[in-house]
Write a protein that binds this ligand. Sequence first.
Ligand code: VGL
Ligand code: ZN
Length: 208
Amino acid sequence: MHALLIIDVQNDFCPGGNLPVSDGDKIIPVINQLSPFFDCVVQTQDWHPLNHTSFASNHPGKSPYDTIGLPYGEQVLWPNHCVKGSRGADFHPELDTLHASLIIRKGYNPNIDSYSAFYENDQTTITGLNGFLKEMNVDTVFIAGLATDFCVKWSALDAIKNGYITYIVSDAVKGIDIDNSVELSVKEMCDNGVEFIESHDLLRLLKK
Ligand code: VGL
Ligand code: ZN
């Protein structure tokens, strides 16, 4: 069984949002073409309380994109984004959400950020996604969404750790790109066994 994981296609990560990925919305038509062909579609939703530790505004003297040390490791500080219940946290209105059977919210613990769809950034606290996919007999995951260098990358690396054949749909992801982080992330994913496929090749396979 194959699953499509749609990571964080939310207003705040699209142009006009609080942590916009440039051209973040351009991937939406690509994702919308793919999702009807999957029996298992999962969406994730970044979902932070206002006092979240990843927000620079909660660390006096710090600015967005500074880094700090937290008990679980280094943390990039972000502008306030995806505050739970806010319009910025909503899925982008153009995203077709009809086919999703599960929506995983992540990042709601004020003290831990959560990039990956599988584990919070302490690499220990689970979201429940692995259990769901295993029970659904999913062996292969295709990942789309935002952002290539953060939530997409962490999700892909954890998918590999959990034993899934893992593909990134290369024209269905976009990155934030801090200090060449997109290129470095692509390399790190390749080095760890993540495969890349273009949506038109994937569609051809799915339509067979
Ligand atoms: C993300 C930074 C902070 C992402 C989420 O979805 O990639 N990036 N929170
Ligand atoms: Zn976040």
